[in-house]
Design a protein around this ligand. Structure first.
Ligand SMILES: NC(=O)c1ccc[n+]([C@@H]2O[C@H](COP(=O)([O-])OP(=O)(O)OC[C@H]3O[C@@H](n4cnc5c(N)ncnc54)[C@H](OP(=O)(O)O)[C@@H]3O)[C@@H](O)[C@H]2O)c1
Length: 468
């Protein structure tokens, strides 16, 4: 049984959006549920000048709906939350001194989490600075949490892995992909390996195709500076969608632990047939109308350079050349300005081997069974099948079995709550291994380097015409 041990949770990038919107609420929700976690201390770090009191106020502001002033967790901040500026010349040596002093004052055993909630371009410099200041060397344990994206391509991902491994071993590194913290995504393993019914049909003999879709209805909004350098392939496919693919396609692990599960996911990535240009369709949203309102083209959005060829839509088809999946097409698709915000995995089963209802084909259109696992906007699944409609003539009608997590279990934990709890307990199951990152970049780098055409598509549509 894992437990929460006293530690210092150091957030680098503590004045940023991720800290106030996700990390602080997640840590406090965990403390609501687990009293023993109140033994933790939080140290916010950034370049901005700020006092401990000002940082505590910013944390309280982020939490005030659930924990108004005067509540016990609001008061808890007074002697458990601190801030250290990297400015003023003291830099990381100053940070090292502050950490030592907080650990001494608060009687902490030297257990440290370093969470890099920073712009990705600052990851290498920050890791180097932490290492040079010997912050990873401690009488307790040290863990490093790195936000996505992990590298920009194969070369930079290799370089970042090499740098991190200079100071931290793989067992200390937690590469975040917040999709893995969603209940439905974790449930993929239980669904597959806890239910003999599904696993017995989970192969090329019974499955015709697998589609994974991550659709967003919004455009690039305020993220153009980051997004134009990244595009849909780097932002969504290389990490989140590839993680979903691995979980759907992996073999049963020898044990339910981080190493065994991650080994099986890596094998899936190693078995994917290299992508060819004809397997990939890229698109970019043009100007148009959504719900009667005019919508700007991606190229006209604030912060997007003139003539940008960054893709806002990707559809690609791939094949996993192993015994389980050879010949089954996997389609991965993501786009901005799609008709609705929806993330789903659709497993389409083979048709029945004999069409018994052919004499009645006017009324008996037999549809394939589809297992639809939904991640957004609601988490759950639908199993689609045909039933006989009562009375004559013989008529088939589609119906579905429906399960929704929130209807059965109420409010679900936020992905970050689950993931931070795992970091603090040292469980790497839901984090991405170095070899997964490298294999994923190896797969997509030829596509990124191929300068493929980027086709315009109408906002509110399902992508470029040829996507159908
Ligand atoms: N926001 C989200 O919802 C979200 C979701 C998923 C992933 N992420 C990832 O989380 C990371 C942070 O995103 P964000 O939205 O919070 O960014 P942000 O709002 O721009 O905040 C960045 C933070 O980093 C600090 N910072 C910048 N350069 C620094 C440096 N050289 N050394 C130390 N601190 C530095 C900034 O404060 P100072 O300027 O005071 O130093 C600020 O606190 C990114 O990797 C992003 O991809 C964010």
């Amino acid at each position: 049984m894992r437990s929460f041990q006293p530690h210092l949770f150091v957030i680098l990038g503590a004045s940023g959006d991720l800290t106030s919107r996700k990390l602080a609420p997640a840590l406090f929700h965990l403390m609501e549920r687990h009293n023993e976690l109140r033994c933790c201390h939080i140290l916010g770090v950034a370049r901005s000048d700020m006092s401990d009191a000002a940082f505590r106020d910013s944390v309280r502001d982020a939490l005030h709906e659930r924990h108004p002033e005067g509540s016990d967790l609001s008061a808890w901040c007074d002697d458990h939350v601190f801030y250290q500026s990297l400015g003023g010349g003291s830099g990381y040596d100053g940070l090292a001194r502050r950490i030592a002093s907080i650990e001494k004052e608060c009687g902490l055993p030297g257990n440290r989490v370093f969470y890099l909630a920073l712009p990705p371009k600052t990851f290498p410099g920050t890791i180097e600075a932490l290492g040079q200041a010997n912050l990873h060397e401690t009488p307790g344990w040290a863990r490093l949490v790195i936000e996505k994206p992990f590298g920009h391509d194969l070369t930079s991902a290799h370089a970042l892995n090499d740098l991190v491994h200079r100071y931290f071993s793989e067992s200390q590194i937690f590469r975040i992909d917040h999709y893995l913290g969603k209940e439905t995504v974790q449930n993929l393993l239980v669904f597959r390996f806890g239910n003999a019914l599904f696993e017995s049909v989970w192969h090329r003999g019974q499955i015709e195709r697998v589609d994974i879709q991550v659709h967003e209805d919004l455009g690039v909004e305020t993220r153009a500076g980051y997004y134009d350098q990244s595009g849909a392939l780097r932002d969504m496919v290389q990490n989140h969608i590839t993680q979903l693919l691995s979980l759907v396609a992996m073999e049963a692990p020898a044990r339910f632990d981080a190493d065994s599960i991650r080994q099986e996911k890596i094998k899936v990535l190693e078995s994917i047939v290299p992508l060819r240009p004809e397997d990939v369709l890229l698109g970019q949203y043009a100007a148009g109308e959504v719900d009667g309102e005019p919508v700007r083209a991606y190229r006209e959005e604030t912060g997007v350079p003139d003539g940008s060829t960054t893709e806002t839509f990707v559809r690609l088809r791939m094949e996993i050349a192993n015994w389980r999946w050879r010949g089954v097409p996997f389609t991965l698709e993501t786009g901005k300005r799609m008709p609705e915000k929806r993330t789903r995995i659709a497993i389409r089963f083979q048709p029945a081997p004999v069409s018994l209802f052919r004499p009645y084909e006017d009324t008996c259109n037999v549809r394939p069974n589809i297992l639809e696992i939904t991640l957004q906007p609601d988490e759950g699944f639908n199993l689609h099948f045909d039933v006989k409609q009562p009375r004559m003539p013989l008529r088939l009608t589609p119906r579905r079995l429906r399960f929704r997590y929130d209807e059965v279990f109420g409010d679900l934990p936020e992905a970050y709550e689950t993931l931070l709890g795992d970091v603090i307990q040292g469980d790497q199951t839901l984090f991405v291994h170095a070899d997964e990152v490298i294999n994923s970049w190896r797969l997509y780098t030829p596509v990124l380097e191929a300068s493929l055409p980027v086709h315009p598509y109408a906002p509110g549509s399902t992508g470029p015409n040829s996507a159908s």
